[in-house]
Design a protein around this ligand. Structure first.
Ligand SMILES: CO[C@H]1[C@H](O)[C@@H](O)[C@H](O)O[C@@H]1C(=O)O
Length: 685
């Protein structure tokens, strides 16, 4: 029996797979390992899975297969090639992090090879092999080579040293408590989970680096971080830290953090030297600078490039990276000022700096120009920046998308973002192609996801929110994969392969984002949330505040004119998007209110008015939330009771809160216009 843990292992759980035992026994009864003890970890992963899930206790052979006939062979490609011929081509096709799983016949013997150029590939590979076995896939003729498409596949934790998590909806931090770093069994299990979805970097602390967190760069913390980094490193994951740009003042006693001041750059160099003494494979820094009250180079009249490059120089000798966020805007705006448009800020700040960053600096860009709303257009910096490394920032944690009380599967949205064609170099310049490095020459690109993980027993609060974490990793590894396939795989790995279970949960996941969008703020509106915590409806919650997030509804119209006749935001896009978005007639309706100010009586393509459409979508959204719950209820008895109940409870809350959204928003529109619903449904006066 596998040890029983006080938390679930999500898609890695050792479920009983006895039914596949006979299918796999012949080959998996023997494992030959080529190489030294460094391969013990992938070996242990495979052995534990075979033992606990399949009831196969493999015999292990080290550096010999003299007495075996059928076996699994694990080793680095250079070692495997010494004993098996015909593997030359893989020297070229395997990348640094890639792996190969291949069945070969060798005389009388059947051998399943798991190989990679580097150790890290063997780790990723062993988890993929386990996944295939867990899914019961045929491995008789397997010839599966996989390299990640994106170089950086990083999770951002917004965890604070006191154990709280900014925008966290799954309990407390798994990394920090009472200003101490936590290291326990769960740390390693987290590394295993992340490695199994190909993650290769993790920023462990919040981008808002407050006074206490500045101390993470001091020796007492570095000593502990060294231990933590070792655990992650064994699974192919590098540790990064968010830093406060003013650290030389807080920690170094300097009176400035000016990036062009020699004392400042020297302080950082010395600090970086120290960090690498403790953590030789340290990934680098994530920096939120000149953003929402965090200090940055603007304070000294310097540019983001000045700031980032100064850090880049300190990290360069060690191969470390600076990840610099593009989330920079005026957060002290006056609602009476109609000229300033927050949506334009990232582009306005960073486009002029294109080409000025060092090669080990990466600009990390939120998917949209505002802030992780349920729908926004894709940030025009994608396609706008041509000579700057870039990371697409997604929010796995559901700040604006239901806070893990609502089921809102984000994979469908992320897929649309990745497939958005920027037309930067004509057709075929999709975001995913830019990130792969195939549109511009820049190569140090990737994806970052703000983690949805906490210390809840299911890691993510809502059990089904595990799918968002899984999907993030899978898409970062291969953004070309079909989302339906990822969903199906996650369900089977997590809940087994019962047809009804797969059918219903697929339905629930694939339709949940659309439903959430409908009953909250469809047509690109966004922002009608309660200020501060961002849960639940509040149509004017952000209307007169300083955050630059206004819809400016009056009795006739709603939305911001961001066209060339308005704020000019549309001009940040390449053609044909700038023309498409610029005209109310061609603008995709799902983004209509983002780009245009639209009268309530404006007729959409369906022939219905904007107002009636808004009413209809809200009624539909609630019905869809009810249907999603119904699909879950159909699975009673097919899902273990505890999980079933936990999810049902959240789905019940979702339906209730969806009704609250529907009624508050519909009433708001009714009160603004005085026009009732054509279908006479209940709208509160
Ligand atoms: C970490 O701060 C977050 C903040 O909680 C969130 O509400 C805001 O939208 O985005 C910020 C950011 O992305 O920096």
């Amino acid at each position: 029996m596998a040890e029983i843990k006080p938390y679930s292992m999500c898609w890695l759980e050792y479920t009983d797979l006895n039914k596949y035992r006979d299918k796999y026994r012949r080959i998996f009864g023997n494992i030959v390992v080529l190489g030294d003890n460094s391969l013990n970890l992938p070996l242990k992963e495979l052995r534990d899975f075979l033992t606990y899930s399949l009831g196969i206790k493999p015999k292990i052979f080290r550096n010999t297969f003299a007495n075996t006939s059928n076996f699994v062979l694990i080793g680095k490609l250079s070692d495997v090639r010494k004993v098996l011929k015909g593997l030359d081509e893989f020297e070229f096709s395997l990348g640094e992090e890639g792996f190969l799983i291949k069945k070969v016949e060798f005389g009388e013997n059947s051998i399943l090879i798991l190989t990679a150029k580097e150790y890290v590939g063997l780790i990723y590979g062993v988890f993929k092999l386990i996944e295939k076995l867990k899914l019961g896939e045929d491995i008789d003729k397997i010839n599966f080579l996989s390299n990640p498409s994106l170089k950086f596949r990083i999770l951002n934790h917004w965890d604070n040293l006191d154990g709280s998590v900014e925008r966290g909806y799954a309990g407390n931090s798994i990394f920090f408590k009472d200003n101490k770093i936590i290291i326990n069994d769960r740390t390693k299990d987290y590394a295993r989970l992340l490695s199994s979805i190909g993650i290769n970097g993790i920023v462990i602390n919040n981008v808002n680096v407050k006074k206490k967190e500045v101390e993470l760069l001091t020796i007492p913390y570095l000593k502990k971080l060294k231990e933590l980094a070792k655990i992650f490193s064994a699974y192919g994951i590098k540790i990064y830290l968010s830093i406060n740009f003013a650290s030389p003042i807080y920690l170094g006693g300097l009176n400035t953090a000016d990036p062009l001041d020699k004392r400042v750059s020297l302080w950082w160099k010395t600090k970086v030297d120290e960090i690498y003494e403790y953590i030789p494979d340290f990934g680098g820094f994530l920096v939120k600078a000149d953003s929402e009250f965090n200090p940055g180079p603007h304070m000294y009249g310097r540019t983001h490039a000045d700031g980032a490059n100064m850090l880049g120089e300190a990290l360069e000798p060690y191969g470390g990276f600076v990840i610099w966020r593009a989330f920079v805007y005026n957060c002290l705006q006056d609602w009476r000022d109609v000229k300033t448009d927050r949506a334009k800020a990232a582009y306005d700040n960073f486009k002029p700096l294109d080409g000025k960053f060092m090669d080990n600096v990466i600009v990390q860009i939120k998917y949209g120009p505002m802030d992780f709303q349920v729908r926004e257009p894709v940030n025009p910096l994608f396609g706008g920046l041509e000579q700057t490394n870039q990371i697409l920032e997604l929010q796995i944690t559901q700040e604006y998308t239901g806070q893990q009380i609502h089921l809102c599967y984000l994979g469908v949205l992320w897929k649309e973002i990745l497939e958005f064609d920027t037309y930067a170099k004509g057709k075929g310049s999709e975001v995913k192609e830019i990130l792969k490095g195939s549109v511009f020459k820049i190569k140090n690109n990737g994806m970052a996801g703000v983690s949805n993980v906490g210390d809840n027993i299911n890691w993510t609060g809502h059990d089904l929110a595990q799918a968002n974490l899984y999907t993030f990793g899978e898409l970062a590894w291969n953004p070309d994969e079909k989302i339906e396939k990822i969903v199906e795989r996650w369900i089977k790995l997590t809940f087994g392969d019962d047809e009804k279970v797969v059918e219903n949960i697929s339905y629930m996941l694939l339709n949940s984002h659309k439903a959430y969008e409908k009953y909250t703020t469809p047509l690109g509106l966004g922002w009608m949330v309660n200020p501060g915590h961002h849960y639940g409806p509040n149509p004017e919650g952000y209307e007169y505040s300083k955050w630059g997030t206004y819809h400016r509804a009056n009795y006739e119209a709603i939305g911001v004119d961001r066209s060339s006749r308005g704020t000019g935001y549309t001009l940040q896009y390449h053609s044909p998007w700038r023309e498409i978005y610029d005209s109310i007639d061609t603008c995709p309706e799902e983004l209509l209110l983002f780009f245009h100010r639209v009268p309530y009586n404006y007729r959409l393509k369906s022939g219905k008015t904007l107002l009636q459409t808004y009413y209809d979508l809200h009624f539909e959204g609630v019905e869809e939330a009810e249907e999603i719950r119904r699909r879950w209820i159909e699975l009673k008895g097919k899902i273990d009771d505890k999980t079933y109940e936990r999810v049902l409870q959240r789905l019940n809350m979702q339906v209730e809160h969806a009704k609250e959204w529907r009624d508050v928003i519909n009433t708001y529109f009714f009160r603004r216009t005085g026009i009732p619903d054509e279908k006479g449904r209940k709208i509160y006066p």
